[in-house]
Each structure stands twice: as structure tokens, then as C-alpha cells.
Write a protein that binds this ligand. Structure first.
Ligand SMILES: CC(C)(COP(=O)(O)OP(=O)(O)OC[C@H]1O[C@@H](n2cnc3c(N)ncnc32)[C@H](O)[C@@H]1OP(=O)(O)O)[C@@H](O)C(=O)NCCC(=O)NCCS
Length: 141
């Protein structure tokens, strides 16, 4: 937890608290995957798998490990878990100014759905994105 919180605090203007992470750990539909590099916690991904949907809640990579494929590896793993459960679609929201994260999500096939104006408490807009997953119930992407 201290290593997760250190990354969280260095990644967001309004970071999750320890309590928020503990709440996710207690939810049966929530997962937090950790990626270790050189025995350091390099990145984590929190997401929900429920009701046929994957919701990406939080992904962050330690500043010293960015642009080394960490977030990509975690998302690939999450997509494989979702596809194994026949989950058909994935959703997320991201700050419109977070060009790095938006580029990462577009690489995974996420498309822009809509903008929620002044969604965040500091007034920044949120971009809602979604994508279809490969499953027996749709043609996939
Ligand atoms: C967004 C974030 C999770 C990316 O993590 P990362 O481990 O550095 O990402 P990866 O190395 O797996 O990058 C995969 C691809 O995403 C895109 N990408 C990632 N960071 C980028 C950046 N700063 N600018 C542009 N594209 C970026 C690129 O396409 C990259 O592929 P490439 O390096 O081959 O060009 C990381 O920058 C971070 O922790 N940011 C702060 C927290 C945050 O904003 N999380 C997302 C909230 S919605």
C-alpha cells in the first residue's frame, strides 16, 4: 500500500486515499493488478469486471518507469481477463488534458463517446471513452 500511494500521490492532483484503495480491494467485482520491474512497484491498474462491462478506474505508472510499456502491459492483462469472462465492452473517463493517457487508450481501441463539462472538482472536462472487446457475442475489434 505505501508503494501504491507513493505512485498515486505523484500521479494525480487529487489522488485516491488509502481508504479508496481498501474499498476497491473489498469489492468482489474490483481488481487491482500490480506490475513490478526490477523488484520495484512500477505501475498498477484498478478496474471493475461486472454486468458484462469492464470499467477502468485508475491506472498509474511511477514517474521513473513511464514510457516503458508498463501501463500497456497491465491493460493487456485486464483485457485478457475481461475477454475470458466474455465481457463485451470497456468504459473509462479521463481528463481532456491528459494527452498521454488518451493516446494510450486510443491505442487499445477506445473511442471518444462524449465530453462531460467541468466534471472534475477543479473544473476540467472529462472525456468518456469506450471500446468493444472480442467476445463470442460480438465481432470484436
Ligand atoms: C498515463 C500513464 C498511466 C501511462 O503509463 P506508461 O506506463 O508510461 O505507459 P506505456 O509506457 O505503457 O505507454 C503505452 C503507450 O501509451 C501512449 N503514451 C503513454 N504516455 C504518453 C505520453 N506522456 N504522451 C503521449 N503518449 C503516451 C503511447 O502511445 C505509448 O506507447 P509508446 O511509448 O510506444 O509511444 C502514465 O503516464 C501515468 O501514470 N500518468 C499519471 C496518471 C494518469 O494520468 N493515469 C491515467 C488516468 S485516466
Amino acid at each position: 500500500m505505501p508503494a501504491v500511494l507513493a505512485i498515486e500521490n505523484s500521479s494525480y492532483p487529487r489522488p485516491w486515499s488509502e481508504q479508496q484503495f481498501l474499498q476497491e480491494l473489498q469489492a468482489s467485482y474490483a481488481r487491482i493488478n500490480l506490475l513490478f520491474l526490477d523488484s520495484d512497484l512500477a505501475a498498477y491498474l484498478c478496474y471493475w469486471l461486472a454486468s458484462g462491462e469492464m470499467n477502468i478506474l485508475n491506472v498509474a505508472t511511477a514517474p521513473g518507469y513511464r514510457r516503458k510499456g508498463g501501463a500497456r502491459k497491465l491493460l493487456e492483462y485486464a483485457f485478457s481477463q475481461a475477454e475470458a469472462m466474455n465481457i463485451e465492452s470497456a468504459y473509462l473517463e479521463v481528463r481532456t488534458g491528459n494527452v498521454g493517457a488518451i493516446s494510450l487508450y486510443r491505442d487499445f481501441g477506445f473511442n471518444d463517446d462524449c465530453i462531460r463539462r467541468a466534471y472534475y472538482s477543479d473544473g476540467e472536462d472529462a472525456l468518456l471513452m469506450s471500446c468493444a472487446l472480442k467476445s463470442p457475442f460480438n465481432d470484436g475489434v
